[in-house]
Design a protein around this ligand. Structure first.
Ligand code: BES
Ligand code: ZN
Length: 638
């Protein structure tokens, strides 16, 4: 049975012109007030590990009688609030509303004219040690060990732990960043103006003011900044890579071949790139994600710099968000598939276009389907979080995070392409991204726009009528599996079959593994091979075979973490003790959750002591979100 939540079909704007609050993960009254501009004046204090300054929010009044503005905050210190330069009364709620934080209620001073449609709030604010959006690294935690480093990660609902805001993707604002720091700063806007120097006191180094402006309205979760010992190099006519000075050449080599080709491929599928320049910041290894699509500067894990250009698909992905997510944003995290499903879809179209063949995108989709299987297995087939549109009321969107929105979303869009034919579907893509450009969108608007676009095409309209929307939107578990082109995957399966035969029937198998088996393969083909062996029933692979595999294929010494992490996972599943210590070492070098999670999960089961020791040793290295995730794993497997 399919149950539709009550809010399912409500339009964005109600009868009174008041906006519906379609995002359940914010405490802000954004149906009454809407932020249109945000200016953040911050000083980065590396010694105190805090960000301190003033944030100015300009809000538009949507409900004329409203005299209260409620903003999201989380672990913030607020010391004063002014409204149009008059002192305003404000109150931070006495206790947190988990998992959403502490609402800040601001009462407009009597003098503030109620008829005025705009108000500008100026809020003096500082972050605290509990801030979930920032990671502060000591010099010892950086690669050249010379300077401290700070970076932010606001998606999904961590912007509220940097400054009071309407922390919902349903509100879009322009942004000005005025950030003072002793070290170079990047933020998610275009650099502007001169850098004003201020000498330091008591022999401390001075600071420069780094300024950026984002003139395209964007949601709070795309607010981003980083500061540290970083340098830059060109990776294309409108692209620059930033990273630690020692890593610069390697990063440049990794991206310079593909970045511009990807941008041009995407522009052909959708329309011209809107954000002027597309740059990549390669972060320290504790960055918890593969990539984060912060406008102008994609933030990326250093594991994409694998020295073989085999992980640049992450760049195709983050670049695609420039359209899906950043220009057209999911209206709430319940509609996250509109961000990530569309982005997977565009990423794979780019890969196909650049390679000139659909084989490559289907190969990527096969890897994605396996990730979907893993996520559904983790949650259970009936779980709310396996729905394309999960119910997130009262929930933390970080807890719902999985491959489901990515891969179920991708399969949904792939289904439309096959149903309507590529030619017709390709006309809809720019239409959709034009219709919702600079807006936020939910699944019902997506549906209505698609139906409307093909309303006069009898054949297409008939096909769309047969789409079972409610099942796609609300049924948990698997969608129908598309018929992917398996050409590139077949070789991986064939080799996996040989290893299986060797494991199950050692005496009769005449298979002699050698480096030749995978000579012509991409790293991702090895990933598919290894994942196939991970999912064999009864796990027939023995420790001896793991050692043989490692030495024959050189997996042990690969610098490609996608590959090595899969090899270690298989080794742990096979109880091959030879991989336990290398796993622990890897867990001290890489903080990307995609790798950290499965490796801890296996290590806890095989050698809990070693897992605990590894975690204690690296607690400070992990990002707060990653640390919390690993703590939950230990509890779950207690
Ligand atoms: N926007 C996501 C990362 C994210 C999602 C951060 C939700 C916080 C909350 C980013 O675009 C992403 O999907 N990254 C992937 C890379 C990929 C699929 C190539 C990742 O980090 O693995
Ligand atoms: Zn993404």
């Amino acid at each position: 049975m399919v149950i539709r939540p009550a809010s399912a079909s409500v339009a964005k704007t109600g009868a009174a012109g008041m906006h519906q609050r379609r995002d359940p993960n914010t405490l802000a009254n954004y149906n009454e007030w809407m932020t249109t501009d945000t200016t953040a004046d911050f000083t980065i204090d590396f010694d105190a590990k805090r960000l301190k300054g003033t944030v100015h929010l300009t809000l538009e009044n949507l409900a004329k009688d409203s005299r209260q503005i409620i903003l999201d905050t989380s672990f913030l210190e607020v010391s004063s609030v002014r409204a149009n330069d008059e002192t305003a009364e404000y109150q931070l709620a006495a206790s947190r509303v988990e998992p959403y934080g502490t609402p800040l209620t601001i009462s407009l001073p009597a003098k503030t004219e109620p008829s005025k449609s705009n108000v500008t709030l100026s809020i003096d604010v500082a972050t605290t040690k509990d801030c979930t959006a920032l990671q502060w690294l000591t010099p010892a935690q950086t690669s050249n060990k010379k300077h401290p480093y700070i970076f932010s990660q606001c998606q999904a609902i961590h912007a509220r732990s940097l400054f009071p805001c309407q922390d919902t993707p349903d509100v879009k604002s322009t942004f000005t960043f005025n950030i003072r720091s002793p070290l170079p700063v990047l933020a998610s806007g275009l650099p502007t103006g001169p850098k004003d120097f201020q000498p330091g006191e008591d022999g401390k180094s001075g600071t420069l003011l780094y300024t950026f402006h984002q003139s395209i309205p964007m949601p709070s979760y795309l607010f981003a900044l980083a500061s540290g010992d970083i340098a830059s190099a060109s990776i294309g006519p409108r692209s620059t890579v930033w990273t630690g000075p020692e890593e610069l050449t390697a990063s440049q080599w990794e991206f310079e071949k593909d970045t511009e080709a990807y941008i041009q491929a995407a522009e052909k599928i959708v329309y011209p790139y809107a954000w002027t320049t597309y740059n990549v910041l390669v972060l320290p290894p504790s960055f918890p994600y593969g990539g984060m699509e912060n406008p102008v500067y994609t933030f990326a894990t250093p594991t994409v710099v694998s020295g073989d250009r085999q992980n640049v698909d992450v760049i195709a992905h983050e670049l695609s968000h420039s359209w899906s997510g950043n220009l057209v944003s999911n209206a709430s995290w319940e509609h996250f598939w509109l961000n990530e499903g569309w982005t997977e879809y565009l990423e794979r179209r780019i890969i196909a276009a650049v390679h000139g063949s659909d084989q490559y995108r289907d190969f990527s989709a096969i890897i994605g389907w396996k990730a979907l299987e893993d996520s559904i297995a983790q949650f259970g087939e009936d779980h709310n979080f396996t729905k394309l549109i999960p119910d997130l009321k009262g929930k933390d969107p970080d807890d719902a995070f999985s491959s489901v929105p990515y891969e179920k979303g991708f399969v949904f869009l792939y289904h439309f392409e096959k149903l309507l034919g590529t030619e017709k579907w390709d006309k809809f893509i720019p239409h959709y991204f034009t219709t919702f450009k600079q807006k936020s969108v939910d699944s019902y608007e997506f549906k209505a726009t698609l139906l409307d676009f093909f309303a006069n095409d009898v054949d297409a309209a008939k096909k769309l009528q047969n789409v079972d929307w409610d099942t796609w939107f609300y049924a948990p578990g698997f969608p129908p599996k598309p018929d992917f082109d398996t050409t590139l995957a077949d070789q991986c399966y064939a080799l996996a079959d040989k290893w299986q035969a060797l494991a199950e029937n050692h005496k009769e198998s005449d298979f002699k593994p050698s480096a030749k088996d995978i000579e012509s393969w991409t790293a991702n083909q090895s990933v598919v091979f290894l994942e196939r062996l991970q999912s064999l029933p009864h796990h027939p692979i023995t420790p001896d075979l793991i050692n043989l595999m490692g030495s024959s294929y050189g997996y042990e010494s690969s610098k490609n973490v996608e590959l090595v992490s899969r090899f270690y996972t298989l080794g742990l599943m096979s109880r091959a003790e030879s991989v336990y210590k290398p796993t622990a070492e890897l867990l001290g070098k890489v903080g990307r959750m995609k790798f950290v999670r499965p490796l801890y999960r296996q290590l806890i089961m095989r050698d809990r002591k070693l897992a605990e020791r590894t975690f204690e040793e690296n607690r400070g290295f992990y990002h707060p979100i990653c640390r919390g995730m690993v703590e939950k794993l230990f509890e779950k497997h207690a």
